[in-house]
Design a protein around this ligand. Structure first.
Ligand code: NAD
Ligand code: DAU
Length: 351
């Protein structure tokens, strides 16, 4: 089986590529990635020379390129992760999110529709999506697969749009599509624009840790390798047209999470207890900030037997250990354009 995995040089994509390359020696894995600021081939150093792995640089918004790629490669399946993924960037540049997340997805669907004819119509198109399409929860309740879409940010609106197109291509053209909607991931190779790696990086460098609003927003955190394992199971076992929610049953208020992270960092860096927490700085809230996300993943658990493998405290320790052992990775990704982004997003947050 030849699988194109899009966005394989990003955070989650690199874990999915690694898992498939290592676990399925008979598959050919093509990592298709544009290498935006978020894509980094260093994320895949350990598998780059494997016989069943290839990287192709390319842009999913380029319809002609995608068409030519399908003609040449004739893939048997697509696992689609390429996206603009950061909510804050979507607030400042919504059109980029429309282009990559909606137009890019439709380009891939069009190529699949055109080339997967006859028996190949059974080829799988797996679209990786987010729980943010369901909107925001109050203090109680959870998102199920039946929850009505109600996106609030340009990012979640663009992901919702892409999900609708994927379902439309199943219903209209009979494509064998599958969608999964996952909660917040954490783990190694996470770009430090997102809360956890940004906080680790700032604490390490004694810089303020920006917490939006009062830090009361709640996210449901999942170990990235558990997400990759869920994608593997769903890819191989789901029925055509099906949807699965993936989540860790692991809700944390941002401020509690950051305090836990500060305590871990104090210990790992041999700093005085409480010193990292002094870096916590409350800053202007994110516009349209969703209060709470929580995923009901019981369908995935009951039907496919998936369960998260790691407790959050253990996963967070492992994540911190990875960042402290990979300072070079952090230094590289936080140089250049990152500095401009950081200044635009946070301005002066120094106390
Ligand atoms: P990421 O930003 O770390 O990586 C995105 C990757 O896509 C990068 O390698 C980038 O170079 C590539 N890319 C972007 N635009 C492209 C284009 N036009 N053509 C080809 N490649 C392009 O993202 P992530 O956090 O790994 O998320 C991966 C997917 O999972 C996304 O679809 C996202 O919506 C979804 N998701 C993420 C989370 C999360 O917590 N991070 C949770 C649920 C779902
Ligand atoms: O729920 C899944 C989604 O999780 C994915 O679809 C997105 O791609 C992914 O980026 C993530 O979105 P969030 O907006 O929840 O993640 P982020 O790490 O940006 O923020 C987590 C929480 O922390 C959120 O409530 C905003 C807050 N935050 C974030 C940053 C970057 C801060 O308080 N300070 C910050 O500096």
């Amino acid at each position: 089986m030849k699988i194109i995995i899009t966005g394989g040089a990003g955070f989650i994509g690199s874990h999915v590529v690694r898992r498939f390359v290592r676990n399925y020696a008979s598959y050919q894995i093509i990592n298709l990635d544009k290498l935006t600021y978020a894509g980094n081939l260093a994320n895949l150093k350990d598998i780059e020379n494997e016989a069943n792995y290839r990287f192709i640089k390319g842009d999913i918004t380029d319809a002609l390129f995608i068409d030519a790629l399908f003609t040449e490669e004739r893939p048997d399946a697509v696992i689609h992760l390429a996206a603009e993924s950061h909510v804050d960037r979507s607030i400042s540049s919504p059109l980029e999110f429309v282009m990559t997340n909606i137009v890019g997805t439709v380009n891939l669907l069009n190529a699949a529709k055109k080339y997967w004819t006859g028996e190949q119509r059974h080829n799988r198109f797996y679209h990786v999506s987010t729980d943010e399409v369901y909107g925001a929860l109050e203090e109680t309740g959870v998102f199920t697969e039946e929850t009505k879409y109600d996106p609030h940010s340009p990012y979640s609106a663009s992901k919702a749009g892409s999900d609708h197109f994927v379902r439309a291509y199943h219903d209209t053209y009979g494509l064998n599509t599958v969608i999964s909607n996952c909660s917040n991931n954490y783990g190694s190779h996470h770009f430090p624009e997102k809360l956890i790696p940004l906080a680790i990086h700032n604490i390490q460098n004694n810089k303020p840790v920006p917490v939006y609003g009062k830090g009361e927003n709640v996210r449901d955190w999942l170990w990235v390798e558990d997400h990759a394992r869920a994608i593997d199971m769903i890819f191989h076992q789901a029925k055509a047209g099906d949807t699965y929610n993936i989540g860790g049953h692991n809700e944390w208020k941002n401020i509690d999470l950051i305090k836990l992270l500060c305590a871990i960092m104090d210990r790992k860096l041999n700093r005085q207890k409480g010193s990292s927490a002094k870096l916590i700085t409350f800053v202007k809230d994110r516009a349209g900030h969703d209060l709470r996300y929580a995923i009901d993943s019981s369908k995935l658990q009951k039907e496919l037997g998936w369960v998260p493998s790691l407790q959050f405290e253990e996963g967070l320790e492992k994540t911190v250990d990875w960042y402290l052992a990979n300072e070079e990775w952090l230094t590289t990704v936080t140089s250049g354009a990152y500095q401009d982004y950081y200044y635009k997003q946070y301005g002066k947050t120094e106390k």
